[in-house]
Design a protein around this ligand. Structure first.
Ligand code: ADP
Length: 405
């Protein structure tokens, strides 16, 4: 059985084709992406296959749907061809960023689900429209009958208790759907399951903090295999300092800027989401690698950016720790979490008083899916390579196999 995964972002579309062989999902047979940001009016395509074929091209961009169609044609045409006919794809899984309060697990896409994704455009104005566009593009290419599964980034957090999910503003806000939803749920859930496998423990017995540190950053406190608290909130802007997002700040700063400097909502949105965080403070880049390189040349703003990043990370770790009431394992994942030994080391230093001990050698040795705590550490420390697309494929497989039972 072949499973196609569609992962649409604000400026990109990534896609993978997996095959289920003997009840196991293979490495991707085909991986493709479209980037719309590099050159105005053009879409940049990159396709590679498990057998080593590579296609890179840039074509004038008419519409996103047309670009997706072009991308998918490389599955059955040209040098990256891995199937003979579109009909070989049995099911398509989509990462859908916002599922609101109603979608607590992945679902088969129906007209009702599509309408719900559209109703949530106001809460995820960049991502949900791209996700729906992807679903509709698949319908037009593969026909309306192909099973499509929506896997929501918010679903894993949908059991967070009201005390953690509801903002202490007006009760009327709750009735308007203003509450903490949390994001990166597919990654947090995948890492929790993988952590249980690596530790050879039952997920239900583990208290975990998963640190998804990429361009966007969030922590999740996980007990009994469920997220009970997380740092992102109503939108992905809340919580940790990120590449170009500020994370949590005093809301009165916004009121001040509106009153004193006439800021509009659009300007606030742009500054807080695109020009803040590591980029805003360092003035160098949203990419931690460039910030660290600038720090090494003595750039004081780069040093300040890292100091704030670590301070925020430590203080949010404290918050998750107390929500959990204890910790069995701390998990690092995503671009920074998987690759930056210095961020892991500085984050772990603040938890040494609990008996958590990082093995400094293992930490520096590019660990992947490994425990990097010392044997006598009271808390395990794991680095896990997150695989959101594989997790989506697993959800699709789960849906198809439970239907067959
Ligand atoms: P996204 O959130 O867009 O999925 P990723 O999880 O791929 O992003 O993370 C991308 C970020 O990871 C980059 O912006 C960069 O800051 C960081 N990163 C990647 N490799 C390293 C590294 N070796 N050291 C420090 N940071 C890294």
């Amino acid at each position: 059985m072949k499973i196609l995964v569609m992962n649409a972002g604000s400026s990109s579309q990534k896609s993978c084709l997996y095959e289920v062989v003997d009840d196991r999902i293979s490495e991707p047979l085909w991986e493709a992406s479209i980037d719309w940001t590099r050159r105005q009016g053009f879409a940049e395509f990159e396709v590679k296959t498990a057998t080593g074929a590579v296609l890179e091209e840039e074509i004038p961009m008419q519409s996103r749907t047309q670009a997706i169609a072009h991308l998918l044609e490389t599955l059955w045409q040209g040098k990256t061809k891995v199937i003979d006919l579109p009909a070989e794809v049995a099911v398509v899984g989509h990462r859908v960023v916002h599922g609101g309060q109603d979608y607590r697990e992945s679902v088969r896409v129906t007209a009702e689900v599509k309408a719900a994704i559209a109703d949530l455009f106001v809460l995820a104005p960049v991502h949900n429209p791209a996700n729906l566009e992807g679903i509709e593009a698949i319908e037009s290419i593969f026909g309306k009958d192909i099973p499509q599964i929506a896997v929501f980034d918010t679903a894993f957090h949908s059991h967070i208790p009201d005390a953690a999910a509801i903002y202490p503003g007006l009760y009327a806000w709750v009735e308007k759907g203003i509450r903490r939803y949390g994001f990166h749920g597919i990654s947090h859930q995948y890492c929790a399951q993988r952590a249980a496998q690596i530790l050879d423990r039952d997920l239900k017995d583990l208290r975990l903090i998963t640190c998804h540190l990429g361009n966007g950053c969030s922590l999740a406190a996980i007990r009994n295999g469920q997220s009970i608290d997380t740092t992102m909130g109503f939108t992905p802007l809340e919580g940790l300092m990120m590449g170009s997002r500020s994370g949590s700040i005093d809301p009165s700063i916004l009121i001040h800027l509106m009153r004193q400097e006439g800021y509009t909502a659009d300007r606030l949105d742009k500054e807080l989401n695109k020009e803040s965080g590591l980029l805003g403070i360092s003035g160098v880049s949203a990419d931690l690698r460039s910030v660290l390189a600038a720090m090494d040349t003595g750039n004081p703003r780069a040093k300040l950016a890292l100091d704030i990043y670590i301070h925020r990370l430590r203080s949010c770790l404290g918050s998750m720790l107390v929500s959990l009431g204890g910790l069995d394992a701390l998990v690092f994942t995503a671009g920074v979490g998987e690759n930056s030994a210095i961020v892991r080391e500085l984050a772990c230093q603040s938890l040494e008083f609990l008996g958590l001990k990082l093995d400094l050698e293992k930490n520096k040795n590019r660990p992947v899916n490994l425990d990097i705590a010392t044997p006598d550490s009271t808390i395990r420390i794991l680095v896990i390579h997150t695989q959101e697309d594989l997790a989506i494929a697993q959800e699709c497989w789960h849906h198809c196999s439970s239907k067959a039972d």
